[in-house]
Design a binder for this molecule. Structure first.
Ligand code: HEC
Length: 197
């Protein structure tokens, strides 16, 4: 066997650098002092800051305190009619107020919305079942009753549908809704179409 020349076999190894090692590099002393000082200050702050009343006192407001007060005549309601509309009505009557042709009647420029206050309140309170003509087109659907909504919510949503999409009709107050709710308290089912309204 041919002997290898030690000079040529050693050369590549000798060319290599030594493996690097990590060494010990401690955090700078001023950083350690700063962190310590901040922790001490934090503890001092939490310990010395008064936290107010004893938690046993609690928040003693009741649901009644948080509800908006029953709106007096002419007062501005805190319920957002547009929001109520989006949540309860837009699925059928659409955000545009144009309804769906032949299925859900439009509220924009509707004679029922712009017409008599009491009649509109009745529609909302008790719903309508059966044929009703809106803007010359007959609808035979079912409009649900919204009795479960509060006077304020009903007033807000009716005021909203009377003032968006180019509609211009006077607002409907919670007081008017309340009065109509009491006047029609004996009614249990929906109105039988436009005839009965
Ligand atoms: C489930 C679908 C549906 C929902 C939800 C609904 N409606 Fe109706 N609405 C109808 C239908 C259908 C009619 C027509 C009833 C008929 O044909 O007898 C109608 C009729 C009306 C009318 C009288 C006709 C007109 O177009 O002016 C008004 C006003 C009205 N709805 C307002 C509302 C308001 C305000 C809400 C939300 C609080 C609402 N509706 C939610 C389906 C709905």
């Amino acid at each position: 066997m041919k002997k290898s020349n030690p000079k040529t076999t050693e050369a590549p190894r000798l060319r290599e650098n030594a493996d690097p090692d990590e060494g010990i590099r401690p955090l700078p002393w001023f950083l350690v002092m700063l962190l310590g000082a901040m922790a001490m200050w934090g503890a001092f702050y939490i310990y010395t800051t008064p936290s107010g009343e004893d938690s046993a006192y609690g928040d003693q407001r009741t649901v009644a305190d948080l509800r908006p007060p029953v709106t007096a005549v002419g007062a501005v309601s805190t319920v957002n009619g547009k929001q109520v509309y989006g949540a309860k009505c837009a699925a059928c009557h659409q955000a545009t107020g144009l309804g769906v042709a032949g299925v859900f009647p439009p509220l924009a420029d509707s004679e029922w919305v712009l017409g008599d206050d009491k009649r509109l309140i009745n529609i909302l309170l008790h719903g309508v079942n059966g044929a009703m003509v809106v803007k010359g087109v007959e609808y035979k659907g079912a409009m649900p009753a919204w009795k479960s909504m509060s006077d304020e919510e009903l007033a807000a949503v009716m005021t909203y549908i009377r003032t968006d999409w180019g509609n211009k009709a006077p607002e409907i107050t919670a007081v008017a809704v309340k009065a109509q709710r009491e006047a029609t308290a004996s009614r249990t089912g929906p109105y039988n179409g436009g005839q009965e309204l």
